[in-house]
Design a protein around this ligand. Structure first.
Ligand code: THU
Ligand code: ZN
Length: 137
């Protein structure tokens, strides 16, 4: 199993590949599955801005495409090593498939600031709150 420091190192590698010509703010994420596989994502900015892919979303998409749906930790790193946390959109995105106890490891350069997803997004909206077709049958 990767250590926390190794997971942050993987996020840094992804950060090095970020495509952020508009903001200049490079971000990488490394998402670890419960079986220890690591998937990475980086931000990919679009000239139209709103369809920009965030690092955490990219990592989650790569993991799901490879057949994984259970996660225990995500590391996030910006080139500034400023301890960036997942933005609000990414918090809700992670909450789709990750539990409140997902460990969120934020890179502050000479260390890690650790959160849980539940701390970053208390009371996240869940699919349980959305009526489905089955509810109306
Ligand atoms: N960004 C991420 O990739 N993840 C976050 O959760 C924070 C923001 C990216 C999006 C955009 O390309 C740049 O950082 C500035 O907001
Ligand atoms: Zn985001």
């Amino acid at each position: 199993m990767t250590t926390d420091d190794e997971l942050v190192a993987r996020a840094r590698e992804a950060c090095d590949r970020a495509y952020a010509p508009y903001s200049g703010y490079d971000v990488g994420a490394a998402l670890r599955t419960r079986d220890g596989t690591v998937f990475r994502g980086c931000n990919v900015e679009m000239v139209t801005f709103t369809n920009t892919i965030h690092a955490e979303s990219g990592a989650l998409g790569a993991a799901v495409a490879a057949g994984h749906r259970e996660f225990d930790a995500v590391a996030v790193s910006s080139a500034e090593r400023d301890g960036v946390t997942p933005c609000g959109l990414c918090r809700q995105t992670l909450a789709e498939l990750c539990d409140d106890d997902l460990r969120v490891l934020c890179d502050v350069g000479d260390g890690i600031e650790e959160w849980t997803l539940g701390e970053l997004l208390p009371g996240a909206m869940s699919g349980d709150e959305v009526p489905t077709d089955e509810d109306s049958e």
